[in-house]
Design a binder for this molecule. Sequence first.
Ligand code: PLP
Length: 436
Amino acid sequence: MSAPSRDELIALDKKYVWHPYTPMEAYLREGRPLVIERAQGARLFDVDGRSFIDGNASWWTSLLGHNHPRLVAALTTQAHKLCHTALAGMTHQPAVEFAERLVARAPVGLEHVFFSDNGSTAVEASIKLAIQYWYQRGRPEKTHFLSLEHAFHGDTLGVTALGGVEAFRKPFSALTMPTTHLPSPADDLDRAVTALRRELENGAARTCALVLEPLIQGAGGMRIYSPEYLKEARALTQRYDVLLIVDEVFTGYGRTGRFWAVDHAGISPDILATAKGLSGGLLPFAATLVNERVFQGFLGDSSRAFYYGHTFCGNPLGAAIAREVLAVYDEEDVLGQAAKSAAILAASFDRIGKLAGVSGARHLGMCGAATLSNDPSYLGELGRRVCQAALERGAYMRPLGNVVYLTPPLNTPESDLHELCRILEESVSEVLASEP
Ligand SMILES: *Cc1c(COP(=O)(O)O)cnc(C)c1O
C-alpha cells in the first residue's frame, strides 16, 4: 500500500482533526498545514522532502534538537524493559534516578519531586499543593492567588485563572479561582514591585501563593523582565508568609542562558513547575518540585496525603529520557554552546529592532522577540503574515499576535541559526514594507 499523499492527508485532517489554538472555520477554508514526516536536529522535513528550520523548537520543547541520538537510544532501551507501571505502591530506577539528579540541579532547598505529564498539570499540581498546604496548616482561608497581567500557566481550568491573556480566559471567567492579576515588571519594574508590596500588605492573610513565569512571560508575548523583580518577590512573599510558585515550564533547561531562570536572581521558590524541555521533546513528562516546608505539611495521618496523581505520572519511558536529557546537558556543554548562539540571536534582534514599524525588540539567552506594531491584540494579523513569509523561505515559526519570536533548539547548528535569523529579518522587512 502506498503512503497517502500530502493532499490526501490534509483532506482527512480537515475532516477529523480539531487543532489546538486554531480558529477552525478559517482553517477548514484556507488552512495549508505543513505535513511533517520526520525531523532531525533543528530541521523538520515534510512529506515532499522540503526542510524547515524549527524556529520555536516545536512549541518550546525540543531544546536538544529533534531525535537526538542519545535520547532516542534511551527511549528504545527503556521500551524493551518497561514501558509503563503505576507510581503508587511501587517505584522504578528511571524515576528514582531522574528525581535524584533533578534535585541536584534544582535551586537549593527544592528536594522533593512530584511527577505529572505536562506543563499545565505541573502547575495545576503546584496550586493544589499550595491550597492544601495552607488548609492543613489551619489556614483554610488562604485560597486567593496572585499572578501577573499577560501571564500564561497552561490550559486546565485551575490554571486558567492564573492566566493574564484575556482572550484565553474570558469564556471561563465566571468559574475561575479568585486571582488578582498584578502589573507586570515587563512594563514597569518599580510599579510592579509597588503593586505587589501593596497587595501583600493588604491581602496576605487571604493569599495562598504568588505564581510567576520567571524572567520571560512566554505565551503572553515573550515579555522579558529584570531578575530584580524575582528577588523582591521572594523577599516579600517570605515577609508576608505567602508561598512563591515559579513556573519554569518554558524558561527552564537553559532557555534564558542559565539552567533555571531563577538562577539569574539567585532565589529559590517554595514550589517549581517544570516540563517542556525536561523530556527533550520526546514524550509528555513533567515535574513539580517542592521544598521541605511544603513537603512536611503533608505528613501525618492519611487524611493529610496529597490525593492527586495522573495515570502516566513518572512514566518509565519519560523518566528514562529525562534522566538522559540531564546527562546530555552535562556532557555536551549545552549551556556553553547556547551562550555563543545567544550572541548571534541577540545581534539579529538588535537589527530587527531598528526596522521602521517595529515597536520593540528584546532578547534573553536563546529567546528573541519583536513587536511589529502597537496593536496589542492577540488576534492581530501582522505576526501571522511574517510567519507565512518565513515558511516560504524555509523556516517554521508561529506568532503571538503581533509579536514574532525565535526560540530554536539550544544546540541549533550555527549555520542553521544564521539562516533562521536572516529569514526572519527578511520576512519582517518584506511584510512591513507592504504595510500601508
Ligand atoms: C507551555 C506552558 C505551560 C503549559 O504546558 P503544557 O505542556 O502545554 O500543558 C505552562 N506554563 C508555561 C510558562 C508554559 O509556557
